[in-house]
Design a protein around this ligand. Structure first.
Ligand SMILES: Nc1ncnc2c1ncn2[C@@H]1O[C@H](COP(=O)(O)OP(=O)(O)O)[C@@H](O)[C@H]1O
Ligand SMILES: N[C@@H](CCC(=O)OP(=O)(O)O)C(=O)O
Length: 372
């Protein structure tokens, strides 16, 4: 399986706060220079690399003289704004030594939740890669609010892997990989060398962040590997402090943990639906409709018991089984919430008469629907 990493021509590399800021001591320019050198080498081999880098908040805290990570959103945003300046400049300096340009890409959830903006972000990043520019990507912490943030850069790394259809996501962290338990707490924990990203067993092994300066933790890395797998990307979790860790991981060497994607990539549209982190409303559906969706069919108005939320046609909505309360699918609604309320429980043949105009007969067409 490691050959799949070795043969990957487009990769996303994610580096965490602990590595970028040497455990919060401030930007580790030596580490950034070393990653730049390795990425330049990989580019020489004809491989495209997008770099998702944490560290804005940690670097900002250090520059502002804050010892502990604040909880207040406005303070986190202030630290990120200060730190991101240094991060971008440090990467630009590091890559310029290898004759490479960098590009700063700051994303929020909305940039990827809106299909048009999603496609725009994809074309911008792939254009940069084509011209040999290294995109330096981070969440736009300065403007995010609870409603629109990704939350951690492991998630962002996976979403970027989906976005640009990377074949591999390499996560550099401060442990040698995924262990059977947090090595900081369990000295007997052993390293997992390889497994399937979708295997649920790993979630139980993975805990939260290892230090006060990080956000993600190992659980977010496991979830990121599962998310990356949806578009067929394999994930490696590697200790970023070892010499040439990135070049060795990208070379397919047996280091760290390889979590490979087993499922075939979802087609791009369904992939986007699966990653659509927010929905605008919910269709509460009956047992018959739930069974039909699980069989790969479209959602018809007759199966809608209730409509929650206010949304326009084309909005992303969740489908919740009325009997079990389980959200079993997401999709793009063919109706606005007002239309759907008028059509619920109605057979498809009555759609036109009920609305007074021709509309889709399916509330969610199966091509616009993904099971969770
Ligand atoms: N099963 C596990 N295997 C390895 N590390 C784990 C595990 N569970 C929790 N951790 C913790 O996750 C930390 C890595 O995540 P995090 O602190 O967010 O670093 P990063 O800044 O690279 O994202 C490790 O330092 C470790 O303390
Ligand atoms: N956008 C934030 C990302 C925080 C984050 O995810 O940190 P980590 O868990 O160390 O990767 C920052 O730059 O600090």
């Amino acid at each position: 399986m490691r050959d799949k990493i070795r043969n990957a021509t487009r990769l996303v590399v994610k580096v965490g706060s602990a590595l970028v800021t040497n455990n919060g001591a401030g930007l580790d320019h030596g580490a950034l220079a070393d990653w730049a050198r390795q990425i330049a080498q990989l580019q020489q081999q004809g491989r495209q690399i997008a770099l998702v880098s944490s560290g804005a908040i940690a670097a900002g805290m250090q520059r502002l003289g804050w010892r502990t990570r604040p909880h207040e959103m406005h303070k986190l945003q202030a630290a990120a704004a200060v730190g991101q300046m240094g991060l971008a400049q440090a990467y630009e300096d590091a890559f310029s030594r290898h004759g490479l340009h960098t590009a700063q890409i700051l994303l929020t959830h909305d940039d990827l939740a809106d299909r048009k903006r999603y496609l725009n972000a994809r074309s911008t990043i792939t254009t940069l890669l084509k011209y040999g520019v290294v995109p330096i990507i981070n969440e736009n912490d300065t403007v995010v609010t609870d409603e629109i943030k990704f939350g951690d850069n492991d998630t962002l790394g996976a979403l970027v892997a989906n976005l640009i259809e990377a074949e591999a996501l390499i996560i550099l962290t401060d442990q040698d990989g995924l262990f059977t338990a947090d090595p900081r707490k369990d000295p007997d924990a052993t390293l997992i060398s390889e497994g399937q990203a979708e295997d649920p067993v790993y979630r139980s092994m993975a805990g939260g962040a290892g230090s006060g300066i990080s956000k993600g933790g190992m659980l977010t890395k496991i979830l990121a590997a599962q998310r990356a797998a949806r578009s067929g990307a394999h994930t490696m979790i590697v200790g970023g402090r070892h010499a040439d860790a990135l070049a060795r991981a990208a070379g397919g060497e047996p280091i760290g943990t390889l979590l490979h994607a087993s499922s075939t990539p979802l087609q791009a549209r369904k992939q986007w639906l699966a990653d659509h982190l927010k929905v605008a409303g919910t269709f509460v559906i009956d047992a018959g409709a739930a069974k039909a969706l699980r069989a790969g069919k479209s959602l018809l108005p007759v199966g809608i018991v209730e409509v929650e939320g206010d949304f326009e046609r084309g909005a992303a909505v969740a489908c919740r089984d009325d009997e079990t309360g389980v959200i079993l699918a997401r999709g793009l609604s063919s109706y606005s919430s007002a239309e759907a309320r008028r059509l619920k429980r109605k057979p498809s043949r009555e759609v036109e008469a009920t609305l007074g105009y021709v509309a889709e007969t399916e509330a969610i067409h199966r091509d616009n629907l993904i099971l969770l």
